[in-house]
Ligand binder design. Structure first.
Ligand SMILES: Cc1cc2nc3c(=O)[nH]c(=O)nc-3n(C[C@H](O)[C@H](O)[C@H](O)COP(=O)(O)OP(=O)(O)OC[C@H]3O[C@@H](n4cnc5c(N)ncnc54)[C@H](O)[C@@H]3O)c2cc1C
Length: 309
């Protein structure tokens, strides 16, 4: 972060800009070093202003959702970390020709959309019962479970680009894969439009209850974590591959491969990011030796990793 940028940010936004903000406060893993600078933005205009100022100074801008799918380096993040504030988390419903449309601010918790849809008897999001995180993070990850994923019901994406400002991408312009959304360069997502169809309310609630039961039965509760660490390779489950190489319960520092679900690493006692990363490397090596399958992280490694190694 250049001191010129920091001075300008302070002049414009006062103490809303925080220096050396510990990112462990903003991640579900409770792990992560400091961001050089941190700010919550409350409008697309503010966001665009920050994007332009960072670009002018050659400073990286990183956007954070609710932090449930990231492993932030112990050295933290160089540059400016932006989180979308409450004003960018509003949920609006309208009836259209093709079904009910939800316009969901990217800062809104995904679970709010899922609950609201169920309360309105709308089907399409039952799979997402229990997925934590924000709408923006969910879209970026194409979050999914039990055979469904966010892209099934997305109709348009709104965001702000450093060069062009606010813009909308229609469904036909979007490209998704397994836990992947091809984010147009530099876009920060500010809202997503979903199309949902009317359904049978009790069937919707049954499916959600079933998803919750299955989730509660297999996921570790009680210790901070970031959900599944690795993507499932085609036709396989990462958890089963890891279990087979005997790594359940393996502990490094304060991080441990969950005894309950081998594709979860849990922070059992003030784990460092390097503890988690070392466990991840050991898992990748062991599964490769055993099956010649290369596990790919689902979680995003964020921040200053090169310097840490
Ligand atoms: C207990 C637990 C269970 C989970 N279960 C599931 C599951 O069943 N299925 C599943 O898919 N995931 C699951 N996850 C992972 C996680 O909840 C999802 O990936 C979630 O959608 C991430 O949202 P987030 O707001 O926390 O994103 P973050 O973790 O904050 O960010 C993830 C990525 O999205 C980017 N991003 C965030 N917001 C924006 C934005 N507005 N514009 C552009 N980029 C953005 C970030 O830069 C980062 O690269 C689980 C996590 C936990 C802790």
């Amino acid at each position: 972060m250049t001191s010129k940028l920091y001075t300008s940010l302070r002049q414009l936004f006062g103490d809303r800009v925080r220096l050396d903000e510990p990112l462990s406060r903003h991640t579900s893993f409770r792990i992560g070093g400091p961001a050089d600078a941190w700010m919550e933005v409350e409008s697309e205009d503010e966001l665009w202003q920050l994007q332009k100022m960072s670009a002018d100074e050659g400073v990286r801008l990183f956007v954070m959702g609710i932090g449930t799918n990231v492993l932030v380096s112990d050295r933290g993040v160089r540059g400016l970390v932006v989180k979308l504030g409450r004003s960018l988390g509003v949920l609006e419903w309208s009836e259209g020709e093709r079904g009910m449309r939800a316009h969901a601010g990217a800062a809104a918790p995904f679970k709010k959309l899922v609950m609201d849809a169920a309360n309105r008897g709308l089907t399409g999001l039952e799979f997402a019962e229990g997925i934590p995180g924000s709408i923006g993070g969910g879209l970026l990850m194409n979050a999914g479970a039990f055979g469904g994923e966010m892209s099934d019901v997305v109709d348009a994406v709104h965001g702000v680009e450093p060069a062009g400002g606010p813009r909308r991408y229609g469904r036909e312009e979007l490209s998704f894969g397994y836990r992947r959304f091809d984010l147009p360069s530099g876009l920060v997502i500010t809202a997503v439009d979903f199309l949902l169809a009317p359904g049978d309310e009790s069937a919707i609630r049954d499916q959600m209850a079933d998803a919750k039961r299955r989730r509660d039965a297999k996921q570790p509760l009680g210790f901070p974590n970031a959900g599944s660490i690795f993507k499932n390779p085609p036709g396989e489950y990462a958890g089963i591959l890891i279990e087979k190489v005997g790594l359940k319960g393996r502990r490094i520092g304060g991080a441990m491969v969950s005894e309950q679900h081998a594709n979860f690493i849990v922070n059992v006692d003030r784990a460092m990011a390097t503890d988690v990363k070392t466990l991840m490397d050991q898992i990748v090596d062991a599964v490769w030796q055993d099956r010649q399958v290369r596990l790919v992280p689902e979680i995003r490694l964020v921040g200053d990793w090169e310097a840490a190694s």
